[in-house]
Design a protein around this ligand. Sequence first.
Ligand code: ZN
Length: 568
Amino acid sequence: MRMTKAFIPTLRSTPAEAEIISHQLLLRAGYIRKSAAGVYTYLPFAQRVLKKIEDIIRDEMDKAGGQEVLLPIIQPAELWLETGRWHVYGEEMFRLKDRHDRDFCLGPTHEEIITDLIRGEVNSYRQLPLRLYQIQNKYRDERRPRFGLMRGREFIMKDLYSFDKDEEGLETSYQKMYQAYTNIFTRCGLKFRPVEADSGAIGGNVTHEFMVLAENGEASIVYCDDCDYAANIEIAPCQPVEIGNEKEDIKPLEKVHTPNVRTIDEIVKFLNVNPQKCIKTLFYKADEQVIVVLIRGDRNINEIKLQKVHPCYSLELATEDEVRDITGCKTGFIGPVGLKEVPIYADLEIKNLVNAVSGANEDHYHLVNVNGNRDFEVTGFYDLRFVEVGEQCPKCKSSLKMARGIEVGQVFKLGTKYSEALNAKFLDENGKENLILMGCYGIGVTRTMAAAVEQNYDANGIIWPKSIAPYHVVVIPISIKDEDHIKNAQKLYEQLIDKGIEVVLDDRNERPGVKFKDADLIGFPIRLTVGKKTVIEGLVEYKLRTEQESIDVPIEQVVNKVLEYLNT
Ligand SMILES: [Zn+2]
């Protein structure tokens, strides 16, 4: 490809709307353009990156027994009414009507469509297992589409659905996909972690998320360097950690005047007490019911865990008025002592606290020497907090670390959720009718491209991993007015093409500085510069995008050097 012919409209400045690095760089480097909020056009260089990611995915899906299909984007409402998700999906679903006033949606996902296909076509165990996948657009009408390709309303996904006759088969499908995903993200040149994750509304089922590690990632991950443990902090289990005063003698309960002392920080200062000894009391509104949560003063409540203990659709902190109705005081002075007729969920660590501090349920008063067994009763003790750096790994007891990640894939055992709702059955070896066991396995293709940028960039632009770079090499003649420069560059360009290397010749009439800047911004893995040194000494400047320094390579060795780099 010649740069003068390439449609790669780079920008000199960063568009103001772009909040995160991948969004900024993909716009600036001429990969994407916005068509509407959360809807993008992929320009030729982006399309090349996406195709490379898709090719890697296809190869691994096929190796794992997948067969590619293409399911419709437009889906009839009837199927979604059958599973009950037409209403559950709410405003996130793009809905439309045809000329006969029939309801349809733009597929946010494809469980309904594919299960409908399978119930019509599969009726015997002999037809199982089956693993079908597609690479297809998905539509979700996000309330706040943002972060470029990270949270779009139209995006490309690979989704595979597995159909098995028993648990053992489902486990095999799951393991095959887990391994395929590991291969895919490794081949894409990304640093990632499979992590144990929240199974959401279905609960109890096995699921892993594949996270690309990146500073700006939305998700927090705890992981262990000494074993393979890694989990999303939403679900990472916590063991109670002792604070060292568990042997202290239990002292008499005391009420102390604490004027205007409302926060944990203020209490710590005012009473000169360790925050670990304070009981943080939180009132939540769970649907229509008020519930109380107790947690140590130095910890953070994990609402996802709380929602597992107390299942509800909506969960938010109670208002000041709701708290006053129950306790008769302001939120800064509430505590568990004397609370009645509300469920009290206490974190596991509350159980071990001796002579703790809490609010007195009276404005401007706190209680000291609060002891759970003696002074208040709880509904139960549960793991309700977020794990923290340095706590013990649940597998090997080593010390946990934390990182941020971008979820690019998820593997999920669905079981019979959809086959039951849509009546997808088969006859087993004994002629008995059974529900088909399903799994679903997604990869965000456009998201993977953005995540690759989030993980691989510097102040000058994108640093594509070589396996997914739009082109491998850019050849830059220093001056296009110098015939010798052009001739050498042209020759090198043709030699590289002959070897099947994807190369761009920057034949624009621009200063070398401009070309170097664009080469860095676009993110070619290898830059070859042809100039005076080439003409006089037969040397080409060879520079990797990942390195600061360039080296001089004899022109006749350049092609091999490039091949060597690309093949390792
Ligand atoms: Zn470990």
